[in-house]
Design a protein. Structure first.
Length: 217
């Protein structure tokens, strides 16, 4: 399904991607695309593809420093791309290549830290999310967990939804997540839209939820 849908979506958004490429080149010097190592299935790294949203000489290829709201490293066009998530469209190439799925836990850079510790060191259960391919969008994202993970609590919340997704996975659930990502509302096949990811064995705080795409690295 990923290969077929990925190819169809890539063809559909190709005109938009060409327009974005022109806007990026007009806005600031540097390449159109940003490449960065991310952790995929079974902990293997792959190179993710995104539209460049930072000034070329300020790009953090290691992924240790997450961009923040009003970050001076972000270009004018880049701010719009991040706000609309259009900067993620090149990852359809990763889907077609087989590195990613359309739906799954979002991939992180190996060097990304929370409160001074690597994700896997901060949360022992973190590695469990690597038993499936990472995705363009996921269960955590449709519950509002988008953007950076500046605190251990925010990482716990994301991980809870990632692990619950793995546990309750189904084709209807993937379809629901894709449509929710596109802003199409309908009943959740998992029985709820909001709430805690109790099956994952981690407590989720809805009050600490983030939904600020401008901050995502």
């Amino acid at each position: 399904m990923d290969l077929v849908l990925g190819c169809l979506l890539l063809l559909f958004v190709l005109p938009l991607m060409l327009l974005v490429a022109v806007l990026i080149k007009l806005d600031s010097p540097g390449p159109v695309f940003f490449r960065q190592d991310r952790v995929g299935r079974w902990g293997e790294t792959f190179t993710i593809l995104k539209f460049r949203t930072l000034f070329d000489d300020m790009c953090d290829e290691a992924g240790r420093h997450q961009a923040t709201i009003h970050d001076p490293r972000v270009t004018r066009v880049g701010r719009w791309l991040r706000r609309t998530s259009i900067d993620e469209l090149p990852q359809l190439v990763n889907v077609v290549h087989g590195d990613m799925s359309l739906v799954g836990p979002r991939p992180h850079a190996p060097a990304t830290e929370v409160e001074g510790r690597p994700f896997a060191e901060a949360l022992p259960q973190y590695e469990k999310r690597h038993c499936v391919k990472p995705g363009l969008t996921g269960w955590a994202q449709v519950h509002g967990w988008r953007g950076p993970t500046p605190t251990l609590k925010s990482l716990e919340n994301r991980l809870a939804y990632d692990l619950e997704y793995i546990e309750i996975w189904s084709m209807p659930l993937d379809a629901y997540i894709l449509l929710r990502t596109l802003g199409v509302p309908f009943s959740s096949p998992a029985g709820r839209v909001d709430g805690s990811a109790g099956k994952a064995g981690l407590n989720v705080s809805s009050d600490d939820r983030q939904d600020n795409r401008e901050q995502e690295p």
